[in-house]
Each structure stands twice: as C-alpha cells, then as structure tokens.
Design a binder for this molecule. Sequence first.
Ligand code: CTP
Length: 424
Amino acid sequence: MAVQRSRRSKTKRRGNRVTELVLKGKHIALGVTGGIAAYKCCYLVREMKRAGADVKVIMTHSATKFVTPMTFSALSGHDVYTDLWMTNQDTKSDIGTRHIDLAQWADILLIAPASANSVAKLTHGLADNFLTVVALACTRPIVLAPTMDADMFLSEITQKNLSLLRERGYFVIPSPEGEHASGLKGPGRLPDIEPIIAFVEDVLRKTNQDLQKKHILVTAGPTYEAIDPVRFIGNRSSGKMGFAIANAAALRGARVTLVSGPVALETPRNVERINVESAQQMHEAVAARAKKADAIIMAAAVADFAPEKQAKNKIKKNGATSIPELKLAPTVDILESVGKTKNGHVVVGFALETENELSNAKAKVRKKNMDLVVLNSLRESADVFGSDANAVTFIDKKGKVQKLPKLSKFDVANEILDRVKKLL
Ligand code: CTP
C-alpha cells in the first residue's frame, strides 16, 4: 500500500509542475452534469485550484442528485450556479445577465462529466438550464468529457452528436474504456483527473487569443462548375482543411470569414460563413472582403476550368444524334488576383502537386505573389482528401522550405496561423 501511495503522489507532483504554468490565473467554468462520475470532479476542482486556476462550478439539476452544491462551493471558493433564477451568486450581477457575465469571465468552459442528455442539448442549441445557457453564450473554447454507460456512449445518435460538436469546434476528450458502475465494460468512462487537466492545458495553449482584432478570410472546399441545371464538374475536396483553419483562427480570437464551396460540414463556432458554388461566385465573395482582411488563406480547391457555356435545360440523352462535347474555359485564378492587388495583408495559398513538388510550389509562390504556400503532396499522403490528418511542407517567399510530420488538420491549421501571425 505504502509503495502504491508514494508512486501515485510522485506522478501527481510531476503533473502539477506542468499544470502550474498553463492553468495559473486562468478562469475555468466547470459544468457538472448528472452522472455518478460527478463525484470525481470534486478532485478535478481541487487539482485545478492547486495549479493556480480560478474555478467556478455550474451544476445541472441532475448533477445535484449525485453531489451537493455545497461540496463544490467549498472546494471552488465560489457559490455554485445551479438555477437560472437564483439571485444570491457571488458575482452580484443582475439575474438577467449572470449567464453572460460567467460566459465572459471564463477562459474555457469544461463540461465534465458531460451526460448523453447534455451532449444532445448542446448539439441542438437548447438553453433550458444555467449550463446550456452559458454554453450558448460562451465564445471561448468548450471542452467536453462525455461520460455515460458504454451502450449510451456507443449509440449512433450520441456518436453523431459528438461528431457534429467536434465539427463546430467543441473539444471532446477521448473517453477511456473500462468497467462502468452498471457492470458494463466499454468506453464512456470519465478519464482520470491528470489526462483531463493535460487536455485542458493543451486546448488553452492552442487557443491563447493571440489573433484578437485580426480579420482572417479563409476559402474552403471545392467549387462546382455547372454543365446544365443538374450536372456539374467538381472535385473531391472535403473542405476539412479550410474549416480547421477557420475554427483554429476563431478559437485564437480572430474575426473569421469563411467562404466555402459545397461541403457537408458544420460551421465552426464564431465563424461567419458565406456559401458559394462556382469559382466565379467564390471570386466575387473574396474580392468583396479581401481589402478589410489582415490575412487571406486560400485552402479551397478551385476548379481551374469550367464549361464555357451552361446549358439552360438538362442535356437529354434521348434523341441526341451524337455524344455532346464539353468545351471548357479557364476560371479566374482567385489567389493570383488577390496577390496582384495585395496591399499589406498576408496571403497564403495551397498547392497540390503530384510531381516536381518543391519546384512547382516555389514557382506558384512567385507567380501568385504569396507570402507562404502550404504544399500537399499526393505522393506523401494519398489520403489528403477527406482525411483528418495531413503532412504538409511550407515554402515562404524567400524559398525557405519546412517540412512537417503528419499532424491533425487542426494542428496543421495552428502551424499555418503561427506563421501568419509572424507575418502580420
Ligand atoms: N486557386 C485559386 N483560383 C483558381 C485555382 C486555384 O484561387 N482558379 C488557388 C487555390 O485555392 C490554392 C492555389 O491556388 O490556394 C493553388 O492551387 P493548385 O490547384 O495547386 O494550383 P493551380 O494554380 O491551379 O495550378 P495547377 O493546377 O497547374 O497546379
């Protein structure tokens, strides 16, 4: 027993040394929802406080069935928010604005445990208790630790909800497998305190508000070039890279406008989205906003050619005496036109190459007057389309090459934004 105890405290000490740096002085709003794992979050409050954070706790009505608000109040040193209509909170703010005050106070909102019910409410924008109201009002990062019985966790609807929330920019802590209070085995357990804190630290590091007051314009997805009212020429771009950039920039405090071709992705939180279809529409949307942007990041896979003429009616097979031939004309190069009219803003483009990658990409930097190009090599990662990870190489306008290992698209997005920040 004695050996076990000392080993555990040594790990904690090591963990605490790291956490002290990142959590010190941070405002953490902790949302606790109904589930037996709520009791473990008492330790979470204590550890985050020990690491220097100021923690305010919000409990749903169901959470108060598992742990009393008094416990969290004693541990956090603040009154606990349980009821939208309570007036005696230590913020002393007006009842009508307490949720806004708390949402603005928080550097991060951590919801642990996040029950299946609360996950579903967040997905659909319900605002029926203090926690869901604060979550809707909060513009800072929101981290969820989904915690529920394995079957509920694995159910299609919960997985779909979590995936929608991830697309919108919520962070979801991976749930460990193990035995549940019900005796079921599988995922859906609350992670240990240390991994939760490490995850929160990582999110805080990557969302440190260093792009506040900057306006970033991002293009994403494919373009569709109409052949007739039914058919089009398109490409396999999923839009994930551009959406990851928009999400990461918004989480770092930037004002973000995302001009997107047709994709099946949710709009990240705090991002203004303009939907377009064709290269011409994307060009107009970018041109109208480019002057006011501090940086323009062109991740869209814009069609290089479009049908010269669009048929008014659907081209019919019946009665055709010959197979119709498509005559193509070049589309406007949006990036090149942005480069030509560049006036103080940073311009980042992408290049997708299958051969002579470096020399082709370097030529593009010059031709399109970019500050930086992000090179995707189909040879390096054949799954660049639709995948959640990417291996890219940066080339700046001086020709300096920097190759990155395979990273998540969110991490690639932050690497791009780190470089944009230096150029701003
Ligand atoms: N791009 C653009 N407008 C176009 C075509 C491309 O703005 N009509 C932008 C893309 O968003 C990307 C960059 O140009 O940031 C490079 O795209 P890519 O397809 O790799 O290169 P192209 O210039 O189209 O040249 P090529 O197809 O010959 O490689």
